[in-house]
Design a protein around this ligand. Structure first.
Ligand code: SF4
Length: 344
């Protein structure tokens, strides 16, 4: 059964990130004279279908959903269907206090806000939008001020422009009151594909910064995880891989296509490993890397870890410091008042 339905409401955005994965689709639609956003009725239709399929939660994303005139209408409609609503956003609209106050008032709404550098000028360069750092950070402050609690988390897309600053960025997120941050390795589609060698770092290049970032998060008692990191690049911290926390069955409703089982597509087509990975004890738990990474570079950096196959993440040593929640998957904010560190 579907757990989560990921609905792309459209591709319009008030940023133009150099790692944006949908920028090429938006350009293509515009070139062909087609609309880049779904109508209200179309989004409602997808919400209805998600409900009929038995989904517990939906992800609403864009582009940037908060710039739609029907933003609150869509959120309220999804809530009226009993769904938990997860919104991925650049957070700029929450700079406007009334806007932040209204979204913070809904109990079953979780926000994932993108923040890409602790340095304002670097964040603005990554987003292609002047003053976006100021708007996003103020937006997070407003959400916290109006009682969103731990239902807001951070999202960082790492790149060549920011990986050295990840520990500082975690510290900034902590100072802003975020208890959880998901850090994604760039998926080289859209602008990230165009800017591949300027944007996508090699795993071996970032490994030490990843470990420093994890240690910083433990020091701050923050909840972080990493998307699209092969487990051999998280030595001793394998359960920090976000894939362990994703829903078992996500359906993707993009503007250009519907994938009834994106989870399976991700694991079996979009991610690849090296032939030598079959000799790795983490082979059955690990998804490897994005296929576009293997095309742009290669998979020689992936390093098998000798030993008997491990089938359950609870058998990993790192489970003790960062347990994988068995419930509430696909919500990367802390869903309890207690952090995972307190839950131990
Ligand atoms: S060697 Fe392959 S299977 Fe093992 S952790 Fe690395 S990518 Fe995963």
């Amino acid at each position: 059964m579907v757990d989560t339905v990921d609905i792309k409401t459209g591709y319009s955005c008030n940023n133009d990130c150099y790692h944006c994965v949908i920028a090429d689709k938006r350009r293509e639609l515009i070139k062909n004279g087609r609309k880049v956003d779904r109508s209200t009725e179309e989004v409602i239709h997808h919400i209805n279908e998600a409900t009929m399929e038995g989904a517990e939660s939906i992800v609403l994303t864009g582009g940037e959903i908060t710039i739609r005139g029907d933003f609150f209408q869509l959120v309220e409609y999804a809530l009226s269907k009993g769904l938990t609503v997860i919104i991925q956003t650049n957070g700029k609209m929450f700079y406007y206090e009334e806007f932040a106050k209204r979204i913070a008032s809904y109990d079953k709404v979780h926000l994932t806000v993108a923040l890409h550098s602790p340095k304002p000028e670097v964040h603005d360069r990554i987003t292609g939008s002047k003053n976006s750092f100021k708007q996003t950070t103020e937006g997070i402050r407003n959400l916290k001020k109006h009682g969103i609690g731990n239902r807001v988390g951070g999202k960082i897309v790492m790149s060549k422009m920011n990986y050295k600053d990840l520990p500082e960025l975690i510290k900034l997120a902590h100072n802003l009151g975020l208890m959880s941050v998901n850090i994604a390795f760039p998926h080289a589609m859209g602008n990230a594909q165009l800017n591949f060698y300027d944007c996508v770092p090699k795993y071996s290049e970032i490994k030490n910064y990843i470990l420093k970032t994890i240690r910083k998060s433990l020091e701050l008692k923050m909840y972080i995880d990493f998307e699209a990191m092969p487990l051999c690049f998280l030595p001793g911290y394998e359960t920090f891989a976000s894939e362990f926390r994703l829903s078992e069955h996500t359906e993707l409703r993009d503007l250009t296509h519907i994938d009834p089982n994106y989870t399976k597509t991700r694991k079996t087509k979009a991610k690849v490993k090296d032939p030598k990975c079959t000799r790795c004890k983490l082979y059955l738990l690990c998804e490897g890397c994005w296929d576009d990474y293997a095309e742009g570079y290669d998979t020689t950096e992936l390093t098998p870890i000798p030993g008997q196959y491990i089938r359950d993440p609870r058998m990993l040593e790192s489970f003790k410091i960062h347990p994988v929640p068995i419930y509430k998957k696909n919500i990367n904010t802390v869903t309890s008042e207690k952090t995972p560190f307190q839950l131990k």
